[in-house]
Design a protein around this ligand. Structure first.
Ligand code: ZN
Length: 661
């Protein structure tokens, strides 16, 4: 699989977009106010099944995750790819040997962190100013052994406590800023302590070296409640787990890792003898984090408090802000994400639910004997999801059953193991009391609109371990069209002529929904129209071939996609240029037809929703859009018909008739 597919596979579009726009669940999709044009009623829809988005309002834009980031952040494709890769914890470049200078700087940053941790720890244990923090620690039931083991500390309520201590030990302000410990004021260039009047929780790497700090507010009105070190050369929160250095042995011995929501939960579990517990970093769990754990076990249990667990939105990918509940963000990607992880990591992921109004810390303090029981009773992700989601629908009605099936089936299709998948299908069939075979058929039938070929099958192994020849690429209509275009660029002009003669628009980048295909098509257009930057070699005569041009212009990471397409071109059966152009027109018509059909389906859904909420104005708005979309669809069907053998004969007959008259 190429880097682009991998990044896409590991990006959850709902999670991504909800970082920009508050989204509301609408059936199986999500709705919000379009971030790209001014509007009052939400017409911006995100489709988790296809991992795409579309604005049904004035701007009419849409696309995949890349397109969203490109538009929202004003990035080009390469920047968007890097941004998403970073968020998803995918490393794009093969690890290169770090230069000596970088190694040295890293060492220095580690030294700074070690010195800072010692300084904070000393203040918590000994200083007069640390009294309030000591009180807080005692209130939370944390004993001194735990304080030592986790090297908890206290940051003074001053602007330059840590700064003057470390500068006094010979470190420069610039180093301390790079370590994330000081904040630099842009205007004045002066710097001050990032952490002030907080309980300090050192975050360590797997080897136990301090690489960052978490800091909890002590005053009831201090915000944020938790403050973490920023991203630094040492600390990448998407690939760090709190407590792993202390937990790894227990995880291996128990052959199980328990993942909780907060630092305090880890401290508490550890203190009560449950050492196999770690916490995420205030973000949804990433595959990089699970990859770390996978070195020690393949059995993961997410211990969620009842609020989180009961909130199905969590599993559907909305990350809740947990400030108010004294927690960090919930460590749960979507259920789909979890199941994909299971497939990728060959892991067993379960979800444990705590009693209402209890977090792990409460349980461990009040009724520690319940903890093992709760963990033992954790449910597999799919069972858990089924339980939560089925509680939401009225399964006595056909509508409720159908909604449940439509929500759950795409999820089941993510399960790689056939036997396991069938087990869950039977379970679902019993739940909604329909014939299991009907569900199985729907699953195996393939291209339902909910799982188009755009979405690549999940990978079995993480890329680092995947043998190079085990490459999976998506190959659908878009890719086929692009193969023809790359192999024979003149086909575009011929196809455009044909489309225009059918009163249809010529081929544009918008005919491609996958941004990587769009990018390649745009380069083809540049080359065809001659809008190419001057050849740096300045050679006269033969112009660059299209492929050479694309290779020099496209992002290096797109090259695996490009070479995959070129291989497909080599494998195509021989055809004349005319045949290829005809074929291209057919595919483009199919693509447009499919897009429009999907659009009608989505609009219908929005319409139903507007009707249910008795918003007549909105319902009419969607009706207008449905009508317009159906009209476009009719034109496509008409064009397809005209191009059929019968259609051509009919046209000929008409012309013949006209001449005869
Ligand atoms: Zn819009």
């Amino acid at each position: 699989m190429g880097a682009v597919d991998e990044v896409k596979n590991r990006t959850d579009i709902v999670e991504l977009i909800s970082g920009y726009v508050p989204l509301k669940k609408a059936g199986r999709n999500y709705k919000g106010i379009c971030p790209f044009h001014a509007e009052k009623t939400p017409s911006f829809v995100v489709f988790p099944d296809t991992q795409t988005w579309h604005c049904f309002g004035a701007c009419g834009t849409g696309g995949d995750a890349f397109r969203f980031i490109m538009q929202a952040e004003g990035m080009d494709f390469s920047e968007a790819l890097r941004e998403l890769a970073q968020r998803a914890g995918v490393s794009l470049a093969p690890p290169t040997p770090r230069s000596e200078a970088a190694d040295k700087q890293r060492e220095k940053l580690l030294d700074i962190h070690a010195a800072a941790a010692q300084y904070f720890h000393h203040l918590l244990r000994q200083s007069e100013e640390g009294a309030q923090a000591r009180e807080y620690v005692a209130d939370r039931g944390i004993n001194s052994e735990t304080v030592e083991r986790f090297q908890l500390g206290y940051a003074l309520n001053t602007w330059e406590g840590l700064k003057s201590h470390l500068v006094g030990r010979g470190y420069t302000e610039d180093d301390l800023v790079e370590a994330g410990l000081l904040v630099k004021k842009e205007e004045t260039g002066s710097s001050y302590d990032r952490f002030r009047n907080r309980l300090i929780i050192p975050i360590r790497d797997m080897q136990g070296r301090v690489i960052a700090f978490g800091a909890r507010a002590l005053g009831p009105n201090d915000v944020p409640k938790y403050l973490n070190s920023p991203q630094t050369p040492l600390f990448d929160k998407s690939s760090t787990l709190f407590g792993l250095d202390l937990a790894k042995r227990a995880i291996r011995n128990n052959d199980q890792a328990v993942i909780v929501e907060g630092y305090m939960d880890v401290l508490s579990a550890n203190q009560h003898g449950h050492a196999n517990v770690v916490a995420g970093m205030g973000t949804a769990l990433t595959e990089a984090q699970l990859g770390l754990l996978k070195r020690f076990t393949k059995n993961f249990v997410l211990a969620l408090d009842a609020d989180t667990a009961g909130d199905a939105a969590t599993l559907r990918g909305i990350n809740l802000a947990r400030e108010a509940l004294d927690r960090q963000a919930v460590p749960v990607p979507t259920a789909q994400g979890l199941i994909r992880f299971e497939g990728q990591l060959d892991a067993d992921i379960r979800i444990a639910t705590l009693p209402p109004d209890h977090d792990p810390d409460d349980i461990l303090r009040e009724t520690p004997e319940l903890w093992p029981e709760i963990i033992d009773e954790a449910l597999p992700v799919v069972d858990f999801y089924l339980q939560v989601v089925s509680a939401e629908y009225d399964l006595t009605t056909a509508k409720g059953k159908s909604a449940l099936v439509r929500e759950v089936l795409p999820l089941l299709s993510e399960i790689k193991d056939r036997v396991e998948r069938h087990h869950h299908v039977s379970q679902l069939a019993r739940l909604v009391k329909v014939d299991e075979r009907a569900l199985l058929m729907e699953l195996d039938e393939g291209p339902r609109p909910s799982t188009p070929q755009r979405r690549p099958a999940p990978k079995v192994q993480p890329s680092a371990e995947a043998p190079p020849d085990e490459q999976k690429h998506v190959f659908g209509r878009e890719e086929y069209s692009l193969v023809v275009i790359l192999g024979q660029p003149e086909a575009v002009a011929a196809a455009d002529d044909e489309l225009l003669s059918l009163d249809l628009a010529p081929i544009t980048a918008n005919d491609f929904q996958r941004t990587e295909n769009q990018q390649l098509f745009l380069l083809v257009s540049d080359w065809v129209t001659g809008e190419t930057p001057p050849d740096p070699g300045g050679a006269e005569g033969e112009s660059n071939s299209l492929v050479e041009y694309i290779i020099t212009q496209c992002d290096p990471l797109l090259q695996s996609h490009l070479s995959f397409l070129l291989e497909r071109w080599e494998a195509l059966p021989a055809a004349t240029p005319g045949e290829l152009a005809e074929d291209l027109v057919d595919r483009i018509l199919q693509i447009r037809g499919q897009h429009l059909q999907e659009e009608v389906a989505s609009l219908r859904f929005l319409q139903d929703e507007a009707e249910e909420s008795q918003n007549e104005e909105q319902r009419l708005h969607y009706q207008t859009l449905v009508d317009a979309t159906k009209e476009q669809l009719r034109l496509i069907h008409q064009a397809v018909d005209q191009r059929s053998i019968l259609g051509r004969r009919r046209a000929e007959a008409e012309r013949f008739g006209a001449i005869r008259v």
